[in-house]
Write a protein that binds this ligand. Structure first.
Ligand code: ASP
Length: 412
């Protein structure tokens, strides 16, 4: 095929998405699950295979390469402030929009036979203590991202303390990171087929009958996501980074598409890292902020917490007070920090918010049937937010585009 005729990867993925939706409408559910879903499962496994070595290698090399500890502190604090502010804005948008559109009013859903298990939130102290792994190998094997990040930063500092003697090992980690980015590129060649399989099985297993009663909830979620993109990310990119928004959108299309179809931000991590580097984010900022944001910065999940709280209160005829809304905000931010980047994690965490405002937990089971559809919007936004943060902090550090991807680096 001539170079001109080549269809770009994002276009191929979009095609996979459309064909997947069509196939999901035509193919019976069991056939879609038996034959098409494995195509998607293989894709998720392939990308998740890359995550742990990529994060370990890039963070070790990143931490070892930072000679200036003050810079690390600066990057970390700017990143964390951005994460906190954008997540708080997200939950406010979710709450306000849900209060306007009232997705649960007039709904008469039978909840008698529904059961939901309560999730007890771990205390703040336990959460913080759990960041330190007892056994780093175990953290790596389980893919516990915060623990991997903690260990990698410590290891990187130790490595940099060795000075000249540590150079060979430093190079090993640096090269491993670069190799994993290339492996990601290779895996991406399979993305269109994976996207096709995932969409086909999702559409086949979500009939109109399941979606219709909760269509208002779905509409509020997607509308809130779009509003958040324009109210929060657009000014950050346009004014903060000084980048054309369509350039940014095209640049992050691949990771967002992966997020949308896999509903796992962990699966979108390698592609997101690659995309922000191509858009001009520096290695030192992105290797730290993308893996961290992947685990603790979840704007989409926060929006969902706000909408779900209002929805459930409406279904059960509970009047929420101003104090309740405030609790939803605080708990929503905390819960989204604690949510893992895997499919459906937000649905489990939402029960923490419900418990705090005395909404029956059966409400969780009520929305479980459509969670996948909601998760697609949540995860896309989660990934969008991380990419915006990496570019914004890079710009604040005066490093935008100054750390170009090495030639031949992203050949695939
Ligand atoms: N699936 C989401 C993610 O991976 C988390 C969630 O369920 O809200 O980012």
């Amino acid at each position: 095929m001539s170079a001109k005729m080549k269809i770009s990867l994002p276009a191929q993925m979009a095609l996979g998405l459309v064909l997947g939706i069509l196939a999901g409408c035509i193919v019976p559910q069991d056939i879609a699950n038996d034959y098409l879903k494995p195509l998607g499962t293989l894709f998720i496994t392939l990308i998740r295979m890359v995550v742990v070595p990529l994060v370990l290698a890039t963070i070790v090399a990143g931490a070892a390469g930072i000679s200036d500890l003050r810079k690390l502190g600066r990057v970390a604090s700017k990143t964390l402030i951005y994460y906190f502010l954008t997540t708080a804005i997200a939950i406010i948008i979710g709450l306000v929009l849900a209060l306007i559109i009232q997705p649960g009013v007039g709904l008469n859903l039978a909840t008698d036979n529904l059961k939901a298990t309560q999730v007890t939130p771990p205390s703040m102290l336990t959460t913080l203590m759990n960041i330190v792994p007892l056994n780093p190998m175990d953290a790596l094997a389980k893919g516990n991202m915060l623990q991997v990040i903690f260990f990698a930063v410590m290891f990187g500092f130790g490595l940099s303390a060795l000075g000249e003697r540590g150079k060979p090992l430093y190079q090993v980690f640096e090269l491993t990171g670069d190799v994993m980015i290339r492996v990601t590129g290779a895996v991406m060649l399979y993305a269109p087929i994976g996207v096709f399989g995932l969409m086909a099985s999702t559409v086949a297993s979500h009939g109109i009958a399941v979606l219709l009663p909760l269509i208002k909830f779905i509409a509020v979620m997607y509308l809130a996501a779009v509003i958040h993109v324009f109210v929060t990310y657009y000014p950050c990119i346009r004014v903060g980074v000084g980048m054309n928004f369509s350039t940014f959108f095209k640049g992050v299309f691949t990771p967002v598409m992966i997020a949308f179809t896999t509903t796992s931000s962990a699966a979108a991590l390698p592609a997101n890292m690659r995309s922000v580097r191509q858009l001009g984010a520096s290695k030192s900022v992105s290797s730290f902020s993308i893996p961290l944001g992947n685990t603790i910065n979840m704007d989409g999940t926060a929006i969902y917490m706000g909408i779900a709280a209002v929805f459930a209160a409406e279904v059960y005829g509970i009047d929420l007070t101003m104090a309740d809304y405030f609790t939803v905000m605080i708990m929503g931010v905390l819960a989204s920090i604690g949510t893992a980047g895997v499919p459906g994690a937000g649905l489990i965490m939402v029960s923490i918010v419900f418990t705090q405002i005395n909404v029956p937990l059966e409400a969780v089971a009520l929305i479980a049937g459509i969670d996948r559809i909601l998760d697609m919007a949540r995860t896309s936004l989660n990934v969008f937010g991380d990419a915006t943060g990496a570019l914004l902090v890079t710009k604040m550090e005066g490093e935008l585009g100054k750390d170009p991807v090495e030639e031949g680096d992203l050949l695939i």
